[in-house]
Design a protein. Structure first.
Ligand SMILES: NC(=O)c1ccc[n+]([C@@H]2O[C@H](COP(=O)([O-])OP(=O)(O)OC[C@H]3O[C@@H](n4cnc5c(N)ncnc54)[C@H](OP(=O)(O)O)[C@@H]3O)[C@@H](O)[C@H]2O)c1
Length: 215
């Protein structure tokens, strides 16, 4: 089988980090380009990794390097961390959109996005609306293969304290499958399994389906 190359944004985060570990461990991928605003340090010292450190507002300055078969995007922030809705939109919609446009122009075949449960450009909830707007923008690009993963609350070993997320994670464990928390590792596994199949057109993976797709 021909080896694939991968490009990833958000590799310093929870889901992105799980994706990176799996891409490096997979025999399918020969090279992984990591695009990040701060170096991963020792974690980037791997024969397969090429690290590009860039301010995402200046992504065009590294456009020639954004080249791979499969692209993974797990970029994101919170409104609290970003400081305003406009800054949140920049990180959760504008940066991923430009990242996708540049990779597609360089010949990428598959784009995989960590979106969110309830993403819809028609939603009355700002967070879900921004996620939906990004999904719509990606669909409009006409990717040969596009995967939109929509997790509920993400469970995993997070360094940062996010008490509200932890509380909802605990409560939702006893709720319906649609809302149950999903392990970051399962999300990453589902994204990579789908990328390797390169299904034509748009594949939406709802939260409750993630464990099954992850295998
Ligand atoms: N948390 C949840 O329960 C939940 C639920 C559903 C959907 N989601 C969505 O799932 C995605 C992944 O979530 P996660 O929890 O894995 O995210 P995370 O751990 O917070 O990681 C976010 C990634 O985005 C990067 N990033 C943030 N601000 C940036 C900026 N201004 N410029 C460049 N990079 C920036 C971070 O880099 P640094 O390390 O440099 O900050 C990190 O690599 C996000 O889009 C999130 O909205 C999350």
């Amino acid at each position: 089988m021909t080896k694939r190359t991968a490009l990833i944004a958000g590799a310093s985060g929870l889901v992105g980090g799980e994706c990176l570990q799996r891409l490096l461990a997979s025999g399918v991928y020969s090279k992984v380009t990591v695009v990040t605003r701060r170096s991963l340090g020792a974690a980037a010292k791997h024969a397969k990794i090429r690290e590009i450190v860039v301010d995402f507002a200046q992504l065009d300055s590294v456009r020639a390097d954004l080249r791979a078969d499969h692209v993974f995007c797990a970029l994101g922030t919170t409104i609290r961390k970003a400081g305003s809705q406009a800054k949140f939109r920049q990180v959760d919609c504008e940066y991923p959109r430009r990242f996708a446009e540049l990779a597609l122009a360089n010949g990428a075949k598959h784009f995989s996005l960590v979106s969110a449960l309830g993403a819809s450009s028609k939603s009355g909830v700002f967070y879900s609306r921004v996620k939906g707007e990004l999904e719509d923008a990606l669909r409009a690009m006409k990717w040969p293969s596009l995967c939109l993963v929509r997790p509920s609350v993400i469970a995993g070993d997070r360094q940062e304290s996010r008490p509200l997320e932890r509380l909802s994670e605990t409560l939702l464990r006893f709720g319906p499958a649609t809302y149950r928390p999903v392990d970051a590792g399962k999300i990453a596994a589902a994204m990579i399994a789908t990328a390797q199949r390169e299904p034509r057109g748009v594949t939406v993976i709802e939260s409750r389906e993630i464990p099954r797709v992850a295998g």
